[in-house]
Ligand binder design. Structure first.
Ligand code: GLC
Length: 429
């Protein structure tokens, strides 16, 4: 892997971040796209601002949750598609400051920093509340009978000025920001409404990126302005190979939900298990990517106990296996079936997804490993090289190609989300 660009160094080292989706949709508690799904008129949707009361939003507790999960950076939705701002924007009164007297972005940024976490801000390019944002394929009013008339009165120039002004506010008023997550650009026409989406020119994406570079030159920026920036962001799927564009490897981050919804969704109980999430994290690192795992705090602003338990489960695993993740990346060796490799310097980490009986054969590793141990408890794992010329007998295994290193694993699978064998490589291996 080529070395990452300097601004990406902390990011590829960090590997695991926490996403936080919080807004008026957290009060509706049935998906952050509720305004779109239920085609709620923006004026009617504003009633959620009237009852917005995040009395349990405690940024310090949120930071502690991220620390317990052993995430290294946290990204907060400063504004989602609904248009409600969690900071003290001078450009609108549709903010948390008006609704409840609190600048939640300020609270968030201060708390994350105090806990040594990287600060990320998510900013929606879409704004379903803004009167100048033209009704497009994703807009809640897309099926209104008079879309053309309504759009005639909307002025995207004015919207663009608002958008750029808000990004400037966020990047000047809150100190250093490590990560700017824009969302999202989809210009194509949707057959259902017959309306187009919006493309990079609608945002003046080049100028917006230039603004970020000017105001926060070290911040990493995702690819959702619709123009290339620092990293690509596959969403709700795990890539099965390293990501590249035109043959050039890309830094990437898979963003994942607990249950398919980003905003708090009270009735959706389809939670992934901590084991699955750990496998997804390792699967990302093994292919040179990060994972950004979302939590959607409740309408009152706290991380629901069910999500906290999950995050703690991941944190427990990382507490013992962090060195196979942070600062680690893909290995050149091919892992055996049902295993993944990550590598950091002279250590190769074998993540055993399905626990085999007794032996595990590692092609190409004979003579390259000076010590092998289980990572969770540091206990030695015996290794042998089976002579490739020998034949199988009653109690004598055979049939491994030359160069294979065989591990002798305990019968009982270690009781951790994913057991890992740490292989200390010999010099130059
Ligand atoms: C999206 C969705 C959204 C979510 C996000 C996270 O494209 O519109 O609701 O915030 O991506 O990556």
């Amino acid at each position: 892997m080529p070395a990452p660009a300097p601004r990406l160094e902390w990011f590829t080292d960090a590997r695991f971040g926490m996403f936080v989706h919080f807004g008026l949709y957290s009060v509706a508690a049935r998906h952050e796209w509720v305004m779109n799904y239920e085609q709620i008129d923006p004026a009617a949707y504003r009633r959620y601002a009237e009852v917005f009361d995040p009395d349990l939003f405690d940024a310090d507790a949120l930071a502690r949750t991220a620390v317990a999960a052993r995430a290294r950076y946290v990204v907060l939705t400063a504004k989602h598609h609904e248009g409600f701002c969690l900071w003290d924007s001078a450009l609108t009164d549709h903010t948390s400051v008006t609704a409840c007297g609190r600048d939640l972005v300020r609270e968030f940024v201060d708390a994350m920093r105090a806990h040594g976490l990287g600060v990320g801000l998510y900013f929606s390019l879409l704004d379903w509340d803004h009167p100048d944002y033209t009704i497009d394929r994703h807009h809640p009013l897309r099926h209104a009978p008079d879309v053309a008339e309504r759009n005639a009165g909307r002025d995207m120039d004015r919207y663009r000025a608002y958008l750029h002004g808000q990004v400037r506010e966020l990047l000047t008023g809150y100190g250093p920001v490590e990560y700017v997550f824009f969302d999202f650009t989809e210009p194509g026409v949707d057959p259902d409404s017959g309306l187009p989406g919006k493309g990079p020119a609608d945002w003046d994406a080049e100028a917006l990126l230039a603004t970020v570079r000017e105001l926060q030159p070290t911040a990493v920026v995702n690819d959702r302005l619709g123009i290339p920036a620092d990293l690509v962001t596959p969403e709700q799927y795990q890539p099965d190979r390293p990501l590249e564009a035109g043959g050039v490897p890309q830094a990437w981050e898979a963003c994942q939900t607990v249950n398919g919804s980003w905003g708090y969704h009270r009735d959706n109980l389809e939670a992934k298990s901590p084991e699955l999430l750990v496998r997804m994290l390792v699967g990302s690192v093994a292919l040179g990517g990060n994972m950004l795992l979302n939590v959607g705090p409740t309408g009152r602003g706290e991380v629901a106990p069910r999500d906290r338990a999950l995050l703690e489960g991941i944190g427990r695993w990382l507490g013992h296996h962090g060195r196979a993740v942070y600062g680690a990346g893909p290995a050149e060796d091919e892992p055996p079936a049902n295993c993944l490799y990550t590598r950091r310097g002279d250590r190769l980490y074998l993540h055993v997804l399905v626990w085999p009986f007794g032996q595990l054969h590692l092609p190409g590793l004979a003579g390259r490993v000076r010590f092998a141990r289980l990572l969770h408890d540091g206990s030695e794992v015996a290794t042998t090289v089976i002579d490739p010329r020998q034949t199988a007998l009653t109690m004598q295994p055979a049939g491994q190609p030359a160069g294979t290193l065989t591990l002798r694993l305990p019968t009982v699978r270690p009781d951790v989300a994913v057991p890992v064998v740490e292989l200390l490589l010999t010099e130059g291996a």
